[in-house]
Ligand binder design. Structure first.
Ligand code: BT5
Length: 249
């Protein structure tokens, strides 16, 4: 009989680490941790964002964790589905405390135009399938002041005025992540796509975007199968962009 594990069934707590994503990456080189194994840390000395970006988080104040899943059942070309379900899990978690939570394509969670969380997903592909996926979540909880270099940070505490016991949050966060990951496992792709667009920051609204030196007005009309941003400009032309090819103004 195959034992099914959920995110959060197995937790490794670390006082300090360079990056929880790095820790899992190293662990995967020497063993196959059970699916859903989570690395939680109080402090990262080299927390990472996308391509060389840093993730800042004061010690003991926020959620900084990574978990591993083995979504071998989806094609590599559909890997953005993983990003979708993780974003949806984080949003559902935050909605138990605050309203107006949005997903900013491709991997940020926004509250009132500010970034409260970021997700770093690192997939290992074998041929056309995904052999493992490490998902790192940085979620600002109790931190109230941030380095001025960050463009628009916020935290749960700044939004609600409350202070939270981190240990009391994990169970809800994991249950929301499991809920959406199970939708993927059971091929409820339409449920995922509909909810994702419903929660998408700037969906169907006219805003300005920049590509190279060109600034234009457009609205987001979709995120395609490959995770590309689909914009419709004022000339009614459809434009598709991969991550980093377009800037939100
Ligand atoms: C992300 O990258 O937003 C993904 C962040 C993932 C962090 C988690 S923590 C646990 C796990 N272990 C890791 O090493 N990483 C993951 P990106 O979209 O590249 O955004 C990074 C940018 O967000 C930075 O360049 C800053 O401008 C900004 N930023 C950094 N720290 C922030 C914070 N605490 N709150 C809001 N914005 C922040």
């Amino acid at each position: 009989m195959k034992i099914i594990h959920s995110i959060g069934d197995n937790i490794i707590n670390l006082e300090t680490v360079d990056s929880t994503n790095n820790y899992l990456k190293e662990l995967l080189k020497v063993e196959t941790p059970q699916e859903g194994t989570v690395i939680i840390t109080q402090e990262q000395t080299a927390g990472r964002g996308q391509v060389g970006n840093c993730w800042e988080s004061n010690k003991g104040e926020n959620v900084t964790l990574s978990f591993v899943i083995y979504p071998t059942f989806i094609d590599a070309r559909n890997q953005f589905m993983i990003s979708k379900v993780i974003s949806l899990g984080i949003v559902d978690f935050l909605k138990t405390f605050i309203t107006d939570v949005k997903i900013k394509w491709p991997n940020d969670i926004y509250v009132n135009e500010k970034k409260i969380a970021g997700v770093l997903i690192e997939n290992t592909l074998i041929g056309n399938s995904i052999s493992s996926s490490i998902a790192g979540i940085g979620l600002n909880i109790n931190q109230k002041t941030f380095s001025p270099a960050l463009p628009n940070p916020t935290s749960l505490s700044l939004e609600t005025g409350d202070t939270y016991q981190l240990e009391e949050l994990y169970e809800t966060l994991f249950s929301k992540l499991n809920y959406w990951y199970n939708k993927l496992k059971t091929s409820k792709v339409d449920d995922i796509d509909i909810e994702y667009l419903f929660l998408l920051y700037r969906y169907q609204k006219l805003h300005q975007y920049k590509v190279g030196d060109e600034v234009f007005t457009a609205k987001i009309i979709d995120i395609d199968q490959f995770g590309r941003l689909c914009l419709l400009n004022e000339k009614k032309e459809l434009l598709q962009f991969a991550f980093k090819e377009v800037v939100f103004l």
